[in-house]
Design a protein around this ligand. Sequence first.
Ligand code: FPP
Length: 249
Amino acid sequence: MPPFFKKKTKPIQPVEPERLPRHIGVIMDGNGRWAKNRGLPRQAGHVYGAKVFRTITKYCEKIGINYVTFYAFSTENWKRPQQEIDAIMDLLRDYLKESLRDFKKENIRTLFIGERSALAPDIRELMEEAEASTAHKDGMVLNIALNYGGRDELVHAVRSLAEDVKAGRLSPDDIDEERIGRRLYTAGQPDPDLILRPSGEYRLSNFLTWQSAYSEYVFQDILWPDYRTEDLDAALAEYARRNRRFGGI
Ligand code: FPP
């Protein structure tokens, strides 16, 4: 059996602040496999995954990242067994209740992206409380993607534009990239510079579909519950070496 937790890796030279991404997107993948490898129920993987989420959030704030977006539950994750969905929702409840006590200590603004109407009313209430009680924070922005799907987000944006056209408030000719961007859940935020996907899978899975057009990807062969701050350092070092051209030369 593999060790319960991965051994610490060698420290990596910190990246100069001007080479850091402003916005990082994280696909927290591999919780189920991590648990299976240990003969544990899948839910146990999510429990450890939620702990890692907290650690990496705090670390991002400490090193000066401005925005971080975590993919916690996708519009497709409802296909999972009800027991697993309930376990993830319970982890969110616990996290939100605990955070509502801890928010004072951190300069993090919490926001949620995704379609809220399908979520339980008490979770929606906790989400609103978390947003309201951190609205004044001017440090890092933490986006938690919950019942989020990039395509679903675009459907919402298109519908809202179509309503404005129908009502005569907007001409179809005026629809441009900026106007679409303003109808997304992430309106007003910079696009992610870096998207991380641990667990050895090489796909985007409907995460920040519009916003990731020019993102850099770092795929790491580490299951999320094993993900350490050193792994983020390695991803940041890799990002700092990239030459972003945005279609130019
Ligand atoms: C993907 O791993 C992970 C999820 C779908 C759930 C992520 C949720 C958490 C980490 C806990 C709740 C979050 C917060 C913000 C407190 P997987 O289950 O698809 O892993 P697998 O590919 O190995 O099966």
